[in-house]
Design a protein around this ligand. Structure first.
Ligand SMILES: [Fe+2]
Length: 144
């Protein structure tokens, strides 16, 4: 359970940092909406990162060791050369990966943690929905 929890914390922190990067990289006609949307996303993930980490500390009496995992994850995305529309696609993929680790953790979690995992999963679902709406619109516009 602790290993899955640590993986979730790594993903929450990676996703938070990813969305903060997206907040800064937003551009084009959708700048204002994207900038605000990604701003809300990273603030929301800060809360989930914090609560998952607090649970980890309460179980292990140590802080989660996430720096290396987060650095590796963020290094896998080349922000300087990947175009913005590709980064929107990356966002959907990273969100799906976060959901996958939440599902794994949910299978192992006790009732106290399950509630927190459920809240994080519900928020992830909403972010995925917003990203899908955002990128579907883009695709359709391009196809016209
Ligand atoms: Fe800002």
């Amino acid at each position: 359970m602790i290993e899955s929890l640590e993986q979730c914390i790594i993903m929450a922190r990676s996703l938070q940092q990813h969305y903060h990067n997206m907040h800064h990289l937003a551009k084009g006609v959708s700048f204002s909406g994207d900038h605000k949307m990604f701003g809300k996303f990273y603030e929301q993930l800060d809360g989930h990162y914090d609560r998952l980490s607090e649970y980890y500390v309460s179980e292990t009496d140590s802080i989660p060791n996430v720096a290396k995992g987060v650095a590796e994850y963020l290094d896998s995305v080349d922000y300087s050369s990947v175009g913005y529309s590709k980064l929107l696609e990356v966002s959907k993929r990273v969100e799906e990966e976060f959901m996958a680790v939440l599902v794994s953790l949910d299978e192992e979690a006790g009732i106290g943690l399950k509630n927190l995992v459920g809240e994080a999963a519900e928020a992830s679902d909403v972010r995925s929905y917003k990203l899908k709406r955002r990128t579907t619109y883009k695709t359709k516009k391009k196809d016209e």
